[in-house]
Write a protein that binds this ligand. Structure first.
Ligand code: GSH
Length: 200
C-alpha cells in the first residue's frame, strides 16, 4: 500500500497514525497537493491528501474512509483490536465527529487566512471560528478515554485535531479554558505513533 501525504496535513497525519496503529506496511509518498503534484493527480482526480492506494490498486481519498479501510484490514493478531468497537460505536463516532469538525474548522481557518488576511471577519470565517470554539468546549466536557493499551478512532481524531490547533492556531486551547483537554493531550502525546508523526 502507498499513502500520499505531506508533513503538515492533519488529515494525512490521521491516516498515517492509523496505518501505524494497525501495524500495516505502508509506503509513504511525500507530495505537495497545492502544486498539483502529477504523481498525486495520476492516482486520484481530487488532488488532495491523504490518498491511500491499496495493494490491489484502488485509490481512496478522505481520511475517515481510509481509516475505515485500514481498520478492516487487520482481523487477527496484535493489531486486531478495532478502532471502532461495536459495543461503543455511537459514542466513539460522536466524539470522532466533533474531533473531525475541529480539524476541519482549524484547517479551513488556516487556509482562508493564507489567502485573505481578513478571512476571519467574513461570515464564513466567523462561523468557522465559532464552530472551533464550540468543538473545543464540547470536548472539554466529553473527552475520549485517556491513553491506554489500545486506541479507538475518537482518541486519534481528537488528538490529531487538537495538536493541529496548537500547531497552527496557538492560543486557541488554553489551560484556563480547557484544563481537561490540555491534560488529556499531554497523556496522548506519549503515544508512540503520535510522537513519531508530530507536526513540525
Ligand atoms: N476531507 C478530507 C480533507 C483533505 C484535505 O483538505 N487535504 C488538504 C491538505 S490538509 C489538501 O490536500 N488540499 C489541497 C487542495 O485542496 O487542493 C479528508 O478528510 O481527507
Amino acid at each position: 500500500m502507498r499513502l500520499f501525504l505531506n508533513a503538515t496535513s492533519p488529515f494525512a497525519r490521521l491516516a498515517r497514525v492509523i496505518a501505524l496503529e494497525k501495524g500495516l506496511d505502508v509506503e509513504l509518498v511525500w507530495c505537495d497537493p497545492w502544486a498539483n503534484d502529477p504523481a498525486l493527480l495520476a492516482v486520484h482526480p481530487q488532488g488532495r491528501i491523504p490518498v491511500l492506494v491499496t495493494a490491489d490498486g484502488h485509490a481512496l481519498s478522505e481520511s475517515l474512509l481510509i481509516a475505515q479501510y485500514l481498520d478492516a484490514q487487520v482481523v487477527e493478531g496484535d493489531h486486531a483490536a478495532p478502532l471502532l468497537p461495536a459495543r461503543t460505536m455511537a459514542t466513539t463516532l460522536a466524539r470522532a465527529s466533533v474531533g473531525y469538525g475541529l480539524m476541519e474548522a482549524a484547517f479551513n481557518t488556516m487556509i482562508a487566512r493564507k489567502h485573505d488576511a481578513a478571512a476571519d471577519s467574513t461570515l464564513m470565517g466567523q462561523r468557522r471560528l465559532a464552530a472551533l470554539q464550540r468543538d473545543l468546549a464540547w470536548l472539554e466536557q466529553s473527552l475520549p478515554a485517556p491513553l491506554g493499551d489500545r486506541c479507538t478512532l475518537d482518541q486519534l481524531v481528537v488528538a490529531v485535531a487538537a495538536e493541529y490547533v496548537n500547531f497552527r492556531l496557538p492560543g486557541c486551547i488554553t489551560a484556563n479554558q480547557h484544563p481537561q483537554l490540555c491534560q488529556w493531550l499531554q497523556g496522548m502525546a506519549r503515544h508512540p505513533h503520535l510522537a513519531a508523526t508530530a507536526f513540525a
